[in-house]
Design a protein around this ligand. Structure first.
Ligand code: WT7
Length: 635
């Protein structure tokens, strides 16, 4: 339970009113009334949103709660998210509109209209079909931030196959585990990806992972970095070779799907053990991501939207791939590091492509702020209209810098709170909302949130408590892949009829929500979600380690950093060299983002009598805070 029940009431925090030129063109002009309506008549509200999109057959029920918490949306409806993201636009003038602009780290560029993006998607859909991929199969995608990431995801969805995208920054064991859980037969990867002028050797990592998880029969490889790689005959094929075959015809019918059919699985870190496969579907996820982007970021035909996330995380799935296309928008995507070759790279991109909306994470903002104002000030950033933030609470100092130096005081910041599980924004301002730096403000339409105590009772305004959601919404996860019991227990088990977010929060007297952070064993490092258990098992997989504990501690740039405590095999002694070896080992198994900040060698770990590591106690000690209740401590 949240420990420091401090009574801070942020009702009087500084308030930023949105500028009139933003308000006057906002897609939504009034919040309170529409919010109330969305709660009073959820079927009416969501039904109307869904009608803005095309369906092969209408739904007969908007919400079905007969098997809760396994809620269903738009039951009986038939559609395909790709029909609405691509096919639908080809019948209109949008056909020739730019859908995707991409720049690689080395400076190469590509541009796709809706017409040409659809052509690539159709061709690759036919390739997948020729490999025997069919409705219900799960294809694993492990790529750098290149257009093929978007193309291959859409091609899967188009033919009714599900994708499981593994973030290109993950490594061998993370990839192997996800392949195994999904039992994928087909994997899509690249020879490598560019980051800071170096090559991330994705194919080498893939080979190692596939050796551990041999369900993969076919591996399709995109040539990106061009170095020599191992190609195993009969298993590995070049993407460009396949796309050059007659089988890769430029037309392919879009498979009609039930609203509740599987669209994708995305693995995310949970409290214990292995990553959880979050399940999203064609109908509800489509309606929810479409509506949230349209209302929150005020997407217009003339916008140039840049979501600077990676498609390998939910932010990219929802707001690089699906929602911008559902809205017929023009998206920009950049492959590489934000300070490469110089710290003005992002600002140069904003100027060069006339970006109107920039959506990124606090850690990136802090990272760029550190280089000083001169870098952004060299560029014309006046194309910007709105800014966005996601992934962790944004500290007011970073907020103000973003607002003043990047937005020149003219661009409201949409601080969007949401999760892999929620599909889209949940607590967020609209362009018309008066802002308080550090608060994600108020719930989106149809979303009822609360801050409750251990018994599920609403806490007094200003008090810290558990952040919960009190009713279903279309973009919610449907279950955990192959583990419905864990879904029920993890999200709906703690408080009756409420979805438990895993975050703590406070609400101020104005009804603004201030998210504080995770209260479970999830650590947000630079906005990336990692589980203590994953880091611990990566450490323990090293032959010198018998036990390990990982905790998150505050870090100026990353928000949180991973600190670990390690018990070595008897007779071994820890030293600096071993620290480096173990950090490298975690990097190799899980990925660079999971590398611990520190490794401390210890002879024992604090545990409860039932043998659970008391990470709370480790944290309290590391921070020099009171140790709290230690009555369950074994020793
Ligand atoms: C966790 C979910 C990338 C999409 C969201 C991340 C934290 C997210 C905010 C925010 C404060 C935030 C929460 C949440 N979080 N956005 N605006 N303010 N905290 O998805 O990787 O599933 O992580 O990110 O702790 O539970 P995710």
């Amino acid at each position: 339970m949240p420990s420091n029940q401090k009574k801070t009431n942020n009702a009087n925090a500084e308030l930023y009113n949105p500028p009139s030129q933003v308000v006057s063109q906002a897609n939504v002009k009034e919040y309170e009334k529409l919010y109330q309506l969305s709660l009073d008549d959820p079927s009416g509200f969501w039904g109307e949103r869904a009608e803005e999109l095309e369906w092969f057959a209408p739904w007969n029920k908007v919400i079905d709660d007969s098997r809760k918490p396994f809620y269903q949306w738009f039951v009986g409806g038939k559609t395909n998210i790709v029909h609405n993201a691509l096919d639908r636009h080809l019948k209109t003038a949008r056909k020739n509109k730019v859908a995707l602009i991409w720049e690689g780290e080395p400076g190469d560029t590509r541009m796709y209209s809706y017409f040409s993006l659809n052509r690539e998607v159709c061709k690759f859909a036919n390739v997948l079909k020729s490999l025997g991929v069919k409705k219900g199969d799960i294809v694993t995608i492990y790529l750098p931030r290149i257009p093929e990431q978007v193309i291959t995801m859409l091609a899967c969805a188009k033919i009714g196959a599900a994708h499981s995208v593994v973030y290109g920054g993950f490594s061998v064991e993370a990839l192997a585990e996800r392949i195994e859980d999904a039992q994928s037969r087909v994997l899509i990867t690249a020879d490598g990806g560019w980051i800071r002028g170096n090559i991330v050797k994705l194919k080498d990592i893939t080979d190692e992972a596939v050796a551990r998880q041999p369900t993969i029969e076919t591996c399709i490889v995109i040539r990106r970095t061009g170095q020599e790689i191992n190609m195993e005959s009969g298993r590995d094929y070049w993407y460009h070779d396949l796309m050059g075959l007659p089988i890769a015809a430029p037309n392919c019918p879009t498979e009609p799907m039930d609203a509740e059919d599987l669209l994708f699985i995305l693995y995310t870190s949970g409290t214990t053990g292995r990553p959880k496969g979050i399940v999203h579907t064609h109908g509800g996820y489509m309606v929810y991501t479409y509506t949230t982007l349209k209302y929150v970021f005020d997407i217009k035909d003339e916008d140039r939207w840049w979501c600077a996330a990676d498609p390998g995380w939910i932010t990219g799935h929802s707001y690089i791939v699906y929602s911008p296309l559902l809205n017929g928008a023009t998206s920009f995507m950049y492959e590489g590091a934000l300070n490469y070759p110089y710290p003005n790279r992002w600002w140069q991109l904003v100027e060069k492509y006339g970006i109107t909306i920039l959506y990124t994470a606090p850690t990136a903002i802090r990272g760029l702020m550190r280089f000083g104002d001169a870098w952004p000030n060299r560029h014309d950033l006046t194309s910007l209209r709105l800014l966005g933030s996601v992934g962790e609470p944004i500290n007011p100092e970073a907020w103000r810098w973003y607002h003043t130096v990047i937005g020149k005081g003219n661009c409201p910041i949409m601080d969007t709170w949401w999760q892999t599980e929620t599909g889209g924004f949940m607590i967020t301002p609209l362009p018309i909302t008066p802002l308080k730096p550090g608060s994600a403000t108020k719930p989106f339409f149809g979303i009822e949130v609360d801050v409750v105590d251990e018994d599920g009772k609403t806490v007094t305004d200003g008090d810290e408590g558990f952040l919960v959601v009190k009713r279903p919404w279309p973009g919610m996860l449907r279950t955990l892949y192959k583990d419905p019991d864990r879904y029920k227990e993890q999200y709906w088990g703690k408080f009756k009829g409420m979805y438990q977010t895993g975050d703590s929060a406070r609400r101020d007297a104005d009804g603004y929500v201030w998210v504080i952070g995770r209260i479970d064993d999830v650590i947000k490092v630079s906005g990336y979600r990692l589980g203590t258990a994953e880091v611990e098992s990566a450490l323990v997989s090293h032959p010198d380690v018998t036990e390990a504990a990982a905790i998150g501690l505050p870090h100026e740039l990353k928000g949180n950093a991973i600190h670990t405590y390690v018990i070595l095999r008897a007779g071994l002694e820890g030293n600096d060299k071993l620290v480096e070896i173990l950090k490298e080992h975690v990097g190799h198994e899980l990925g660079p983002i999971a590398k611990p900040e520190s490794i401390t060698f210890v002879s024992s770990l604090p545990k409860t009598r039932s043998g659970k590591i008391m990470r709370r106690l480790l944290r309290a000690r590391a921070l020099g805070q009171p140790e709290g209740d230690i009555s369950t401590l074994e020793d």
